[in-house]
Design a protein around this ligand. Structure first.
Ligand SMILES: *Cc1c(COP(=O)(O)O)cnc(C)c1O
Length: 434
C-alpha cells in the first residue's frame, strides 16, 4: 500500500517509510492510497468473533499487503492482551471502555502496535542499527509510548517530560520501567521538551551519530489501530441485539481516535453517525457550524488530554471526505462543554447511575444525553480510567476512587530519571555520549 501526504507535496511512501518517518517531507500527514472495504460476511458474523480476531481482520485490510501474515497476527495479539467491553450506562446510552490497557489509556493500543511494527521493519533493514525514539510528553503520551516500547529490542526510547509538571502516577509510569526506556526530566515546561526533540531531529551531527525517530500520535501505525475499538464496539452491541442506528460519540482532542473510527466507517462499519465531543477547545465544533477551520491557542480544562487548539488529524478527516464541509457535517456533529458542565455531568451521571465518568468521558456522555434521537442507540468512548484523574474525580464526586492494581504497581517501582536543562547543547552532548 502506498501512502501520500495530506499536503500533496511529498513523494509517495511505502508503509515502512511512513512508520519510520511519521510525518511526510512537506509536513503533511500520511494517508493510505486506498481504504479496503471489508466483506459483508465479516459484518454478518462479527458478533461471534473476539476483539483480537476482529482486530486481525481489520489490520490485514490495512497492513496485509506490507506485513507478513504471521508477523501481523503476532503483532495484533501481542498488542491486544486485554478486553474492550461495552457497558450500559443509562437507557440507550452505552460506553465503550477504552481504558483496560497496560497504562489504562486508549493510546496503549497504538503505542504497542507501532513499537512492534517499527521493530518488524527495522529487522528487515541492513545492518540492523538501533533506532532511538524521542518523545516529549506532558503526561499521558509518555506513559503509553514508554510502556508500548518496553522490552522491544532494537529500539531505545527517551521520554522527555517537564520537571514537576506531570502527576505522580503519570511520572511513575515512565520513570520506573528501566530496560530500554530512559526518562529525561527537563528543567522547563512541556514546550521546552518539545523544542529539544525538534532540535534533535534537525541536528545533522546528531543524526549521523544515531538513528532518531518519533512516536508522534500522527504516525499511521499509532492512529490506525484505534479503528479496532470501533469494530469491536459494533460486534459487542450486535451481540446484544442493539447494533441498529448506532451513534458513536468520541471525546476528541487531536482527533486521532475519531479519525480511526471514520476510517472504520469507510471500510464499511455500519455506524449511522458520529459525534465529536469537545471540551472548551471548540475549533472543530466551530468548523462544523461555519465551514471555517480557525486554529486557536489551546485553553486549559479539566479534560486536559483534549486541550488542543489545532487538532492535527483534522487534515486527515478533511482529506478523507474530499475537503467537503457538507459531507463532513452530514456524518459528524459536534458538542462542546465547559468545565462547569463537565462537573455537573459527572455528578448527575454518578447520582443517577453510579457510573464514574472521568472528565473526558463526561463530554462524550453528555453529548449523547443531549443529542441522541428516538430510535438511536449511542455508544460513547470512556477514554481514561477515572483513577488516572483521581484528584479531580474525588473532589468533584466526593468519593475515593479506587486505584486499580495495575496502576498501583507502577507506584511501587524506583523512580529513575536523567536531569536535563532546557538548553539544547546539554541534551545533544548527552545523546552524543550514548
Ligand atoms: C488522548 C486523549 C483524548 C483525545 O484523543 P485524540 O485522539 O487526541 O482525539 C481524549 N481523552 C483522553 C483521556 C486521552 O488521553
Amino acid at each position: 500500500m502506498n501512502y501520500y501526504s495530506t499536503n500533496g507535496n511529498a513523494p509517495i511512501a511505502d508503509l515502512h517509510k511512513a512508520v519510520v518517518k511519521g510525518l511526510a517531507e512537506d509536513r503533511g500527514l500520511y494517508m493510505p492510497e486506498r481504504i479496503n472495504k471489508l466483506p459483508q460476511e465479516f459484518f454478518d458474523n462479527i458478533e461471534k468473533m473476539s476483539f483480537q480476531e476482529i482486530a486481525y481482520t481489520v489490520a490485514s485490510a490495512f497492513f496485509g499487503e506490507d506485513v507478513d501474515p504471521d508477523a501481523l497476527h503476532d503483532i495484533v495479539y501481542d498488542t491486544l492482551s486485554f478486553d474492550c467491553p461495552v457497558v450500559q450506562v443509562k437507557g440507550s446510552i452505552y460506553t465503550l471502555e477504552l481504558f483496560h490497557g497496560p497504562t489504562l489509556a486508549f493510546k496503549d493500543v497504538g503505542a504497542r502496535f507501532m513499537a512492534r511494527l517499527l521493530q518488524y521493519f527495522i529487522r528487515q533493514e541492513q545492518g540492523n542499527q538501533q533506532v532511538n525514539v524521542l518523545v516529549a510528553t506532558s503526561g499521558d503520551t509518555g506513559s503509553a509510548v514508554a510502556n508500548g516500547f518496553l522490552g522491544v529490542d532494537g529500539i531505545h526510547v527517551y521520554v522527555l517530560y517537564p520537571k514537576g509538571k506531570v502527576s505522580p502516577i503519570q511520572e511513575c509510569q515512565f520513570t520506573t520501567l528501566g530496560k530500554n526506556i530512559t526518562a529525561i526530566e527537563v528543567d522547563g515546561v512541556f514546550d521546552d521538551c518539545q523544542a529539544l526533540v525538534k532540535n534533535a531531529f534537525m541536528d545533522a551531527e546528531l543524526n549521523q551519530h544515531m538513528k532518531l525517530t518519533s512516536a508522534n500520535s500522527i504516525n499511521v501505525a499509532r492512529f490506525l489501530p484505534q479503528a479496532f475499538y470501533y469494530f469491536n464496539a459494533y460486534a459487542r452491541m450486535k451481540e446484544q441485539g442493539k447494533a441498529d442506528n448506532l451513534v458513536m460519540c468520541v471525546p476528541s482532542g487531536n482527533f486521532g481516535n475519531i479519525c480511526a473510527a471514520l476510517f472504520g466507517h469507510a471500510m464499511g462499519l455500519p455506524i449511522k453517525r458520529f459525534i465529536a465531543a469537545n471540551n472548551a477547545n471548540d475549533i472543530f465544533f466551530k468548523y462544523l457550524q461555519t465551514g471555517k477551520y480557525e486554529p486557536k491557542p489551546s485553553k486549559q480544562t479539566l479534560a486536559n488530554a483534549m486541550d488542543v487548539g489545532d487538532p492535527s488529524n483534522f487534515a486527515r478527516i478533511y482529506d478523507l471526505y474530499g475537503k467537503s464541509h457538507e459531507k463532513i457535517s452530514s456524518l459528524i456533529s459536534g458538542a462542546t462543554y465547559s468545565d462547569d458542565q463537565i462537573r455537573q455531568t459527572m455528578r448527575e451521571c454518578y447520582q443517577d447511575t453510579k457510573y464514574i465518568l472521568d472528565p473526558h468521558g463526561a463530554c462524550g456522555y453528555q453529548a449523547l444525553a443531549d443529542g441522541l434521537q428516538p430510535g438511536e442507540t449511542g455508544v460513547f468512548c470512556e477514554t481514561a480510567h477515572p483513577a488516572k484523574f483521581k484528584e479531580k474525580v474525588d473532589e468533584i464526586l466526593g468519593i475515593d476512587v479506587e486505584i486499580p492494581e495495575r496502576l498501583a504497581n507502577f507506584m511501587k517501582g524506583q523512580k529513575q530519571s536523567v536531569p536535563m536543562s532546557k538548553d539544547f547543547t546539554d541534551f545533544k552532548q548527552y545523546l552524543m555520549k550514548q
